[in-house]
Structure formats: structure tokens, C-alpha cells
Design a protein around this ligand. Sequence first.
Ligand code: AMP
Ligand code: ZN
Length: 494
Amino acid sequence: MPLRFFNTYSRQLEDFEPRDTGRKIAIYTCGPTVYSRAHIGNFRAYIFEDLLQRHLELRGYKVRRVMNITDVDDKTIRGAREAGIPLTESTAQFKEAFFEDIETLRIKRADEFPAATDQRYIDKMIEMIATLISRGLAYQAEDKSVYFRINKFPNYGKLAHFDLTQLQSTGRVKHDEYDKEHIGDFALWKAWDEEDGDVGWESPWGRGRPGWHIECSAMATALLGDQIDIHCGGIDNIFPHHEAEIAQTEGVTGKKFVRYWLHCAHLLVDGQKMSKSLGNFYTLPNLLEKGYTGREIRYALMRVHYRAPLNFTWEGMNEARESLARIDEWLTRLRETAAKRTGKEKNKTQPGQQFEQALDDDLNISAALGFLFESIRETNRAMDENELDAATATEWLNWWERVNSVLALEPVQESVSVIISTSGVEGKAAVGSGRVIIEEAIPPDVARLAEARAQARLAKDWRKSDELRDELSARGWEARDTKDGQKVTRRAGG
Ligand code: AMP
Ligand code: ZN
């Protein structure tokens, strides 16, 4: 089955056919508005996009992804004003927090993170607005702001499946933005007013600032070209943001802007969208403080299909923790089995293609995870019966590498420098050869082998000690015996 996605534009599952047959793909993802720390609802969207990118890469595509940073709009300006600090200072702290959070959640960094206030993009926005005016698609109103004329763009409403006549028939013609020709016309350039303080740029229409929608059109086309393969965001972005992006971009280029529009459903709390304005949100630090790890949060936000709403609950967090513990335990057992080089194989279990095939089907993560846990059950049963041989265990470990290139759930000890005392007494420096000194984050199975080796040395079982050193070495780790105890380090190039 070919790769296919549900395209919001057609409201249908469509086979994925990128523009470039050389398998290069351009993806644009709407990024954070940096007026506060992002909440985990926002991260549901970014984790879905991460899953998409990683799966495309597993399937051999070369992805170039851009994620913008909205660092000027009504909310950022209000935030800075309320804090009594310059806009750039206010947004800088939230940008930094955002990069910290995506790292904790193992979200791949985009190739570019353009900021809307970068003069290069402001110039591009002004250029696009000027073109739209010259084509009759935009006008400057009495309030000096520039608006997009939606009646002149026949495709307006196609993404949201929105009927313009309905908009006119709502009777909401009396609105406070009296300068606009049509209630649906949206701002491309907002004329400066007092509330903007020292935020503003010169333009052919006077001092002002860009509207949020034109920011994305300009940054997307500046970095990815006039046409891109995939554009993503949460469903709340469909209208008006993405509808406006299409109108502005296609109004300028005359070409189809985006091939596939992918939108994720919301993270909910008690049936309502998690959002800043409702106050029902958690940030990543809120959850880390409660003892959850970035990896657990990643799993909890990823495990449900992106088009299905996901309810945030503590029960769900604990289920994520349990699921990961099962994966960890399974990996440790597989590694031990692979190292044993014994065991008879009966009814050979074999990794298949089901995991990636499930993801080919519009990123069906629940089916993919279902297959992972079914495989875990099956191989655990075989290991219980001593019926999984080392070669098969290695095959499963290799399969896990592929799976994990998409899931990014590899267990890694979070600590950087730990000393494990095999005497059971932590911190007693003089345990001699019984101590294991680990100087960087290491996987738990390596820690266990090192500990077993320290124990063998305490028992003066030199043969076992050497065997365990070989096993560590086969995994790319070097055990050295120093006067402070056993030192385990990753071999250069290992
Ligand atoms: P914002 O910073 O509000 O522009 O949102 C950044 C991204 O997060 C957008 O793609 C939104 O659609 C998405 N988003 C916001 N709230 C949620 C939520 N509760 N669940 C999923 N995605 C969300
Ligand atoms: Zn956007």
C-alpha cells in the first residue's frame, strides 16, 4: 500500500505524491507564538509533525522542514507591554523555553526557524502585499491598514469548506472594523497605533506591522519556494489562518501553494481544548515537576491517532509510564538473549513490516503501537520458554532501531555522572574494585552489564569478568579497572 494522508483540502485520504521524484520534500509547520511558554496542547501538534517527518525519513524521503516563530502579533505586543519590557526581550525568553522543551520531548529541530521580525521577511511581506494591491486583491482602508479582498479570490473558503454567502447572511454586517469592505476581509498590514509602542516598520502604507497570516506566507515561500508538499498545524489553524495563507500566497504566485494539508485534532481537558485562554493547560515544566520525564510525555501525546481528539488525564500519563517500562524491560531481555548466543528457536518469531505499514496509512500510530506490543508479548513468551535464539533476538533489536527512529523512545539514563556502588552502600568511596564509575548517560543494559562485571570481580571470578568486558565491548563500551573502581566509557567511534 502506498503512503497516504488525509488531506484537509479534499477531505479525503490521498496517495502521497510529492513534487520532486528525487524524494525531496518541503514541509512547513506553523510554530509557536512566543507570548508565553507553550503548553502541552501545542506540543501535541509539534509531536505529530515530528512523527510525520520521522516516518517520511524512514521511508527514504529527504525532508526539509521550516517552522516559523511568531514573535510579533497582538498577543506578543500585549505581553511585552504588560511586562513593561521591550518586545524582543519578552519574546526571547519564550523562544529559549520553546527550544528547551522540544529538546526534552525529542522533537527533531526544523531546518529553519525563521522569526517574523527578521527584516528579510518583513521585506518579503511588504513585497507580497504590494503585489496583492496591484492585482486588486488587497486595498488600504481609511484606518490606514491594508486588507485582503476575499471576494476577489474565488477559492477563498475551499480549505475550510466555508461558504462565503453564509458569511454575508449572518447579519453581522455592523462590526467595529467599519473600514473593511467585507466582514471577512483580513488584515495584511496593521497601521500603527498607540498600543504598539515602539513596535513598527516603515512601509509604503505608513508605519505598521504585518498581520499574522502574511507572516507565514512570506516565510514559507522565502525558504521553501512558491510550492510546498505538506503544510501542517492544529485544526484551529484551518480557518482563518491557513485559508488566508492560501489566498495570499496563490494571489501572488498564481500557483497551487500546498499539495497536502495535514491538521491534528486538539489535546482536550474534560472535553475542552487545552488552551491558554481557558486556563486549563499544563506546560512541560509543570509535568516534569510532577516527576514525569520528557520521554513519558512524548509517548502520552503521541499514542493516539493525530486526527482523533486526545483527552489529557493523569491516568493516561501513568499508562504511558507503564508502556515504556514494558518496552525497556523487553529491550533488556532481548539484549541479554542476543548476548547469550544460545537458545533454540521454535516457531520462529520474526519482525515484519506491519509497524511501518500502519504508519503509511495516514500515520496510524495506534495500529503501529498495537503491533509493537503484540510483538513484545510474542517474543517475551518465546524468551520465557527459552525458545528465542540469539540471532532472532538480534533481528528484533535491529527492527527496534527502525521503529525507534520514528518513535524516539530509546531509554537513556537521564543523569550525566553517576556512581553505582555494588556494595549497596552509595557514596562509600573505598569499595575498591566493587565501584562502577559511569561518566556519561548510558543505556540501562550497559549499566547492568557493568554492575554484573563489578560483582564478578568482587567474587574474584576473573573469567566471568573478562566475558562481561567482551560483551560491553561488543556494544561499543569499554570497561577499565582504575584505582577508583571500574570505569565504563563509550569507545571512540562506538
Ligand atoms: P499557537 O502558539 O497558539 O499559534 O499554537 C501553535 C500550534 O499549536 C498550532 O498549530 C495550534 O493549532 C496548536 N495547538 C494549540 N492548542 C492545541 C491543543 N489544545 N491541541 C493540539 N494542538 C494545539
Ligand atoms: Zn502559520
